[in-house]
Design a protein around this ligand. Sequence first.
Ligand code: FES
Ligand code: FE2
Length: 368
Amino acid sequence: MNDFAPVAIHADPALSDTLPGWVYTSEAHLAVEREKLFFKTWHYAGATDELPNAGDYLTARLLDQSILVMRGRDGGLRAFYNVCQHRAHELLEGSGNARVVTCPYHAWSYHDDGSLRTARGAERQPFFDPDRFCLKPVRIEVFAGRFIFFNLDPAAASLAETAGELAADIIAETPDFAALRPTTSNPPRPMQANWKVVLDNFHECYHCGPAHPAFADLIDMACYRTTTTGLWSKQKGQLARADNKAYPVAAQANHMTVFWFLWPTTTFGFLPGSPSLSVTSTMPLTAGTSVRRFHNFALPGAPVDEAKRVYGQTVLGPEDVAICESVQRGLNSRGYTAGRFVHDPEGGQTTEAAVHHFHRLYAEAMEF
Ligand code: FES
Ligand SMILES: [Fe+2]
């Protein structure tokens, strides 16, 4: 049935099939994605705002890899695989401040440049060379002046070079971008769905009318536009009316909504209301499960827009979880092979052009 159906992503979205079901359901295929895609691309770790002082650190996870990002005493940011070079205990958890990085297992410790500082008892070991036991570095890059991305491929092209105008567009479109600061973030959202199902769903508002009736009342669907370019795509819309079915929006508040996707796992976006920005990572756990991690930014001291938060957490989010989990069950069906994109050349509300764009980038990365 759908096993190993050919991948037929035509350059023209109007003529293209979607990715076949098996790329969303096979554990063996996730193992191929791991090497060809995830370990060669840029992923979001956190914001420089979270690491103002020497010793401040945060950790990030990509599949079975844990990464540690730290600000050194020289003010520089560095990242390392989060693993002790003695017998492989993980070094740090979550985020915090550490003057030196000390392993909880046998207390080997490391300087903020990753070099080995102490190894208890090793001074009596013959031929012990501390230079062999430095932490292994990971490439990072600061994007749009504040977002820290990591890439496990030392030879990967720079994110700034490959992302084109995305950083400038986010800065220009996000109200009060420079004044926003990290704030309370939504809890991670696990899903019984492949990571690509979650991102496919994010990439179109074709489903908004039937599946998110309140959202389709909040945003003027007739003016909603989707554009694609290079490694990213963008969806932009505006408030339909203040007294909509989702949540009330004050006259003086921001009336726009913009979502950006940066290949392969990062989305940025905001809804109408007080200035805000969310950076979201959509990460695989297994072939059939994934997790979305949210990092929210808002104006310091601004009151939380409770109605907007409740709508996102209890209506919009759960509606998308139910959609994605149903699609994952459907992709496992022996009655499904691959679908076909609906495309509006004007980029209007019915277009799936950004899903197609995502599938093209995917097919290229996977060398289909
Ligand atoms: S594993 Fe870290 S000190 Fe032993
Ligand atoms: Fe949705």
